[in-house]
Design a protein around this ligand. Structure first.
Ligand code: IPE
Ligand code: IPE
Ligand code: MG
Length: 255
């Protein structure tokens, strides 16, 4: 799959609910409709990998009732949508820690991963109990293990090797979208976003639809990407010339 990789920090559910005088969880519930619509619309927009920040490792700081509802929603989403996802060629996988996810949510998630494993149109990556700092430290630990086992010399540890371990061969995001007017990363994909275009929108996540994703991609296509070199790559020209070219493909062409 060599199309666009879009990563989204789905933010603003609580504010969406508050503006309507509803409890926060109603915002999370409405946010599921946005996930469904964006997932359905992604392939037609040239997106082949979609990474959604669903629950950060810092979100454990929230009240247990809210956390419980979020995992209930995850479980229901996996159970109810897995058939449609498979029918549409979507492969679901999760990134993040698995050891703290409530058992029934984890079971539904892993069932959806197995059920949709053959999907090739869209790779939907759900970041759950995810922390980029944790992910980077895990990769470092894995390399240390190899050194301990004798399959890697410590002198062989390089940026490239760490990169390979962290990304596990999933291309880096071309675009990061964050909704609800916040302009920060909140420990999301810190390594992988090194050269991604950042697009911030005031739209709250429950109001976000595929049309908003299309606008974010159009914004990305207007940007000029250089990857540290001198050759300017106009996003839109690239995409017109070769629809949905990935960052890695662009870099290869620039090299
Ligand atoms: C994003 O919405 C969903 C999660 C973090 C799980 P928020 O719940 O952060 O909504 P706001 O930021 O309070 O509006
Ligand atoms: C980031 O949103 C996490 C997710 C969207 C899952 P938060 O609302 O938790 O982030 P902060 O607290 O505003 O940085
Ligand atoms: Mg928030």
């Amino acid at each position: 799959m060599s199309g666009l990789h879009v990563a989204i920090v789905m933010d603003g559910n609580g504010r969406w609910a508050r503006r309507r005088g509803l409890p926060r969880w109603r915002g999370h519930l409405a946010g599921v409709d946005s996930v469904r619509d964006v997932v359905r619309g992604s392939p037609d927009l040239g997106v082949t990998t979609l990474t959604l920040y669903a629950f950060s490792s810092d979100n454990w700081k929230r009240p247990p009732t809210e956390v419980g509802r979020l995992f209930w929603l995850l479980r229901e989403y996996c159970r109810r949508e897995q058939e449609e996802l498979r029918d549409n060629g979507v492969r679901v996988t999760a990134i993040g820690r698995r050891d703290r996810i409530p058992r029934s949510a984890l079971a539904a998630l892993e069932e959806a991963e197995a059920f949709t494993a053959g999907g090739t149109r869209l790779h939907l990556r759900l970041a759950i109990d995810y922390s980029a700092r944790w992910a980077i430290s895990q990769a470092a630990r894995e390399l240390a293990r190899r050194v301990e086992r004798g399959s890697l010399a410590s002198g062989e540890i390089s940026t490239e090797l760490l990169h390979k371990e962290i990304t596990r061969l999933v291309p880096e995001p071309d675009v990061l979208v964050r909704t609800a007017a916040e302009q920060r990363l909140s420990d999301f994909l810190l390594w992988e976003l090194a050269y991604s275009e950042l697009v911030f929108t005031p739209t709250l996540w429950p109001d976000f639809r595929r049309e908003h994703l299309a606008l974010a991609i159009a914004e990305f296509q207007r940007r000029e990407r250089r990857f540290g070199g001198l050759v300017a790559v106009q996003g839109s020209q690239e995409v017109r010339a070769a629809p949905a070219a990935s960052a890695s493909a662009r870099r290869r062409r620039l090299a």
